[in-house]
Design a protein around this ligand. Structure first.
Ligand SMILES: Nc1ncnc2c1ncn2[C@@H]1O[C@H](COP(=O)(O)OS(=O)(=O)O)[C@@H](OP(=O)(O)O)[C@H]1O
Ligand SMILES: [Mg+2]
Length: 451
């Protein structure tokens, strides 16, 4: 059924101001404070420094409720914990590879059959995350759909490339304890790395549980030294129940998003951040139905990840006037029609220049309130893959936003690796009012478009 204002409102998660607070004492989380959403008692750890801000209205009754809530099951808590730590590790891996790609042309950019560039980072992240999930939950309990396969890596002339991947994976896994995860007892061999990559061969579907992973989303941005994301999500019975997005180059000053990351690098060199400052990059995450989305900074070199790693909540923007709203879209016109979105912007009264950013960083920008709208209109016949959207959708929804196809239907993650049935395009927005306007504008101009 097409979307109207009331159905949209129903889909926007209700965030109650009156959470309950508990103390929970576990080896990992001594003295952490949990925020409990009234309608959904999933627990969220809030760092002590954020506690006063987030939960200062707690009462005696709240304190009593804590003890009750402490015995409630923590749905997806372990999955979220492992997923965030694994994505943190993947971000560190990607940063190292991107730095070396940029500093020298060392042959790490390969060409896939579709000619899109793929680097050592894609395979290495996939192997690392797959290995960590299997280690944490047991190999037989872990199904993963991910972007890469081992075909190219297994070719006879790819031994150098495979060695680089194995080396990168082992370098990363050796750091697992620093991120609070268990690493291998000894370095993985090539066959174990290939096995971890090819274990990501799930085909998804309407039942059961599987992970989706885009090891390096926005490969073009990655090889160009610009924005990219690591995207991990958990899908259960066709619903995205947990999403984690690592955005290593996301600048803390949002105006830097509009520039090529190269400029940010130059400026950072001119005015180096202090070692403790949160200069760029974060991991953002949410679990379905919680009404909260979070972000935590990337782990500084040599530091140990102590959960929740200074996490703080993120929320979508409250701007609902198109004249003040920023819309973002893919950088490449081959991936989304810039002329169609320009027409929509004109119709809707969006006055600002589009923010063109590589990868699912666009979803993070909406969730953080740095932009209000994301639109993607791929050419007819292109089928969107679930790993390109799953994590971003749940994070935006829990941050208070809305994501649908361009007819207003929810995205369907239950049909295998593609978003089957996706109509016209993808729209994410900060709220129902803006969303409704975009969908009406699409309706009005669709027939006369060439899409
Ligand atoms: N022709 C076409 N149309 C639409 N989408 C396509 C197309 N080809 C690829 N892809 C998928 O889009 C992912 C990149 O999307 P972005 O929004 O990041 O685009 S852009 O890089 O900013 O231009 C990109 O993800 P990555 O491969 O991880 O980079 C692809 O999954
Ligand atoms: Mg992708």
């Amino acid at each position: 059924m097409p979307l109207n204002c009331s159905s949209l409102a129903a889909r926007v998660p209700h965030v109650s101001g009156s959470g309950r607070v508990i103390n929970k004492f576990t080896p990992n989380h001594v003295g952490s404070l949990f925020f409990i959403h009234h309608q959904n008692p999933s627990k969220y750890i809030v760092s002590l420094s954020n506690f006063n801000q987030s939960c200062s209205s707690s009462t005696m009754e709240d304190q009593r409720n804590l003890r009750v809530a402490a015995s409630e099951p923590e749905k997806y808590y372990k999955e979220l914990d492992v997923a965030v730590r694994a994505v943190q590790m993947a971000c560190a891996l990607c940063q190292r590879v991107q730095d070396s790609l940029i500093s020298k042309t060392n042959g790490q950019v390969q060409s896939k059959d579709d000619n899109s560039p793929v680097t050592v980072a894609d395979w290495s992240v996939q192997a690392t995350v797959s290995w960590l999930l299997s280690k944490s939950f047991g190999r037989k309990n872990v199904s993963i759909i991910a972007e890469e396969d081992v075909q190219k890596l297994s070719e006879a002339d790819a031994s150098g490339l495979l060695a680089a991947v194995v080396n990168t994976v082992n370098e990363c896994l050796a750091e697992a304890p620093r991120f609070g995860l268990e690493g291998p007892n000894m370095a993985l061999g090539a066959s174990e790395v290939l096995e971890a990559i090819s274990h990501c061969n799930s085909t998804g579907g309407p039942t059961g549980r599987f992970w989706t992973l885009d090891p390096v989303d926005g490969t073009l941005g990655f090889v160009r030294g610009d924005q990219y994301a690591v995207a991990l999500a958990l899908i259960e019975d066709g619903e995205v129940v947990l999403g984690v997005l690592g955005c290593p180059n996301y600048p803390m000053r949002k105006e830097w998003l509009s520039y090529h990351h190269r400029y940010h690098r130059i400026i950072t060199k001119l005015t180096p951040p202090t070692s403790e400052s949160w200069d760029k990059g974060f991991v953002t995450y949410a679990t379905k139905g919680s009404g909260k989305a979070w972000m935590q900074p990337l782990l500084h070199a040599n530091k140990k990840l102590v959960w929740p790693n200074s996490a703080r909540p993120v929320q979508v923007s409250s701007i609902d006037d198109p004249a003040s709203a920023t819309f973002c879209e893919p950088v490449e016109k081959a991936n989304s029609s810039h002329s169609f979105t320009a027409g929509l912007a004109h119709t809707m009264g969006l006055r600002k220049q589009p923010l063109r950013v590589y990868s699912m960083v666009k979803y993070a920008a909406i969730a953080r309130g740095d932009a209000e709208i994301f639109m993607k209109f791929a050419r007819a016949g292109y089928k969107e893959k679930i790993w390109d959207h799953a994590a971003g959708v749940v994070i935006i929804e829990e941050a208070g936003g809305v994501v649908t196809d361009a007819r207003g239907h929810p995205l369907d993650f239950s049909k295998g690796i593609y978003l089957e049935g996706l109509d016209r395009g993808i729209i994410a927005s900060a709220g129902a009012k803006l969303h409704e306007k975009i969908i009406s504008a699409v309706d009005a101009s669709w027939d006369s478009s060439s899409l």
